[in-house]
Design a protein. Sequence first.
Lengths: 476, 385
Amino acid sequence: MTAEVRSGKWRRALAVVLCGLVTLPALARPLGYDDARHLLNRTGFAANTPEINEFAQLTREAAVARLLRWTDQAPVVPAPEWTQAPYELPLRPALMSDVERQEYQRRLISQGRDLKAWWMAEMLITPSPLTEKMVLFWHNHFTSSLRKVRMPLLMYRQHMTLRRHALGNFRELLQAMARDPAMLIYLDGAASRKGQPNENFARELMELFTLGEGRYGEQDVKEAARAFTGWSIDRDSGEFLFRPLLHDDGVKTVLGVSGLHEGAAVLGILLERPETAEFIVAKLWREFVSTEPDMREVRRIASVFRTSSYDIRAALRELLTADAFYAPRNRGNLVKSPVDLVVGTLRQFRMAVADPLPYVLTVGRLGQDLFAPPNVKGWPGGDSWINATTLLSRRQFLENVFRGSEPEPAMRVVAMTGNRPNDLQFDDAAWFRQFDGKAVDDWQRVVFATRPVAAVAGRDAAALRMAVQDPAYQLK
Amino acid sequence: MNRREFLAATGAASVSVLWSAQAARAATTGYGNVLVLVELQGGNDGLNTVIPFADPAYYALRPQLAIAREQVLALDAATGLHPALQPLLALWQAGELAIVQGVGYPDANLSHFRSIEIWDTASRSNEYLQDGWLARSFKASPAPREYAADGVVVGGGAMGPFAGGARAVAITNTEQFLRQARLAQPAAATTGGGALAHILKVEREVAQAAAGLSVGHAFSTVFPAGAFGNSVRTAAQVIAAQPGVAAVKIGLGSFDTHRGQLVTHARLLQELAGGLVALKAALMELQRWDSALVMTYSEFGRRAAQNSSGGTDHGTAAAHFAMGGRVRGGLYGQPPELNRLDRNGNLAYAVDFRDLYSTVLGVWWGVSAEQALGGRFQPVGFVRA
C-alpha cells in the first residue's frame, strides 16, 4: 500500500463528513461509519464491525438514546461467593496468633484478587460497555482504595452502589457515597466525632467530589466536618450507622448557609451550587471528549444537568450529541486508559481469556490498579497515562498478546494461585474475514482512531502486530 | 563574567569535561553537580520529624502523638529527631546534614493536589503555572545535550518538577527499562501538541535515555529491601551512568497520616533514613558524594494539634533535609512557633520553599534562579562552595 492510497482514504473520509455538513443537519442524518466508531469507542471498549455498522444507520439522537437505553443490565458475571456472606468485624491483629493472622491476611488478599478479577471478567464480556465505563468513572471520582479500606467486602458493596447509580441520579449517588462504609473508612469519616472532627472527608467532598478546588474556604471545610460527625459504621452489619452521641448538633455555617446542619444538609447545600454541576460535567468532558473542556459548552450542559435534578443520563445525552464530541479536533486526541487498552485489545481481536487475573495485573502495571487508585484524586489520566515506563509496558503487553504467548505476569500468577496459564488465541484469519471484499487497508479504520505514524501495509497478523505498536494505537 | 557568558565564550568543549567525576569534584557549580530530590508524598508531619522537644506546647497539642522527650534524638537543647531517624545522626555529626525548619509559603493551600502543584511549579499560592520549576530552568539553561536526560523520575508517578518542557523520563527499574526500550521506535518529530505529540516525545526521550543509561556499576553498597530501597538503588545507577543526568527524583509515601500516625510515620521515617544512608554510601562509592545534593520536600506539614483519630490533618510549614558532601550541616530557618498558630491551628512559615530552589539553581548549579522562579529568592546558606 502506498502513502498515496492511505492519504486518499483519509481524504475520502473527510470529504464524506464535509458533504454531510452541507446537505443535512447533523442530527437528522445517519451517523455513518466513522462517527459511529467514534461514539462506540469513546463510550465502550473497541467496538467491532457489526456494532459499528448497526449504529452507522442511526441518527445521532437515536444512536445515543439506544446507547443509554442499553445500560440497565446487571453484571453478567456472577460475583464471588464470599460477597454474599455476612459481614465480619475486622479482626484485631493484636488478638490473633501468628497463624491466625497469616490466615486472615491471606484471605483478604485472595478476596481482593477475586474482586479485581471479577470486574475485569465483566468488562471483558459485558454487553453494556458504557455501564462499565461509568462505574469506572465514578470509582475514579468517589475514590476508595483496598489498600486503606482493606476489607474487600466493603469495596464490593461500594462497587455495587456505584453500579446502581452509575447512570442514575447524581444527587442520590452523592448521598449514597457520603454514607458508604468503605468511603467512611477511606476518608476517616468513621472516626470523626464531635469536638474533634476529622477534616479529611469534608475537604475532599468539596475539592474533589462537588465544587472543585478554590470554590470554598478553610472555614467551610471545618464547619462541614462538624456536620458529618457521627456518620459511622455499624459494627455488626458493616452498614452505615448514624451515632447521635458523636454528632455535633450545633449551628454550622457552610458556604454562607447557617443552620443545625447534619451531613445530608451539607450535601444539599453543595448540590445547590452551580459549580457542582459544572465540575462534574467538565470531568465527563475530559473523560469522553477532550482534556480541554470547552467551558461554554460545559456550562450549557451543566445547566441541563441541574434542571434535570442531576439525571446523569441527561448530562451524557447532551455531551454525546454535542457537535464538539464529533468535531475532527476531538478524534484520536485522548490517550487510552490501561483498561481501554487491555480490555479494548482483547475484545477487538476476540481473544478468548481463560483467566482474567493476568490482565488485572497488566492494567495495574500500566498504572490502573482496579479498586486501588493512587490517592483520593484518582488516576490523573489523559497524557499522564503515558510516561517512559508505562509506554514500554504497553508495548510489551501488545507484543505478547500477538505473539500468542500469555502476558508476562501469568507465570507469577500460576505460581501464586495454581491457576492454569492463559491460553490466548488470536485467530487472525477469522478476524480479517470481516473485511472480505473491502479495500486492503479497511481494517485499519477499526483499529485506529487517527492515522498511524508509520504506514502499515498488508492484511495479515504481521501487519496487525506492527499496527498495534504504532503510537496511534495508544489513542482513542 | 557570569556563568552563562562563560559558557557562551568557551563553548561546548568546556561543558563536556564537566561530566567526568574528577571534573565534577573540581567544579563548584554546574550540572556536574547532581541534584537528588526526595518527595515525601502525602504531607510529612514536620513536628514529629524534627521535634521541638523543649516546648511544652508541643506536648500539650499532642497528648498521644508527641514523641517522649527521652526518645527524641537531641541535636541541641531544643530540637531533636524522631528516633526512627537514628541512621541520620552520623550524617549530622559529620556536618553533612542541614535541617531547614519552617519551610512553606504565604497563603498556604491545604489541598494535597493544589499544594504539590504549587511546590512543583514554584508558583505563588494564587498563581497557576503549567511547567515544573526544573523544566523552566532547563529551558532557560539547558543541561548538556549529551546527557541521557535532564532528569529522571524513579518509581513512576508524576513528573512533578520536570513536567512540561524538560527532557525527563520515569524509570522504575533500570534493567527492565533497558530491556524494554528496544520496543521504543525513534519516531519522527511532529509539530503541534496533543496526545500523539506527547507519546512521540516520550518515545524520543526513552530512546535517548536508553542510549545514555547503563547498569554497568556493581555497587558494594547494600540497599534496603522494599520499594524505597529499590528507588535509591535505581537512582544510584542513573547517577553512575556517564554522561548522566542533572537531577533525579525519588519518592516515598504515603505520609498522609490522618489516623494511627505513630506506627505508620515511624515506619516511613525508618525507610527514609535507611534509604538516605544507603544513598550516601553509593554516592561515596561513585566518588559523587561531594558533587551531590540530596533534598527532601513535601506538599505541606501537618496540623500542630493531633485529631481524634490518632493522626493529624493537613497543615502548612515543615522541616526539610539537605545532605551531601558539600553541605554545611546545621539548623537553618526558624523553630516552629507553636504559640503563634494561625486561625486554622497551623504553623507560620519561616523559609519560602523557593528559597531552597534558589539555592539549588543559583548556588548549586550557578544558573539564573530569578528567571525560573519568577522572582528573587534568598538562597539558604547550606551549600559550601
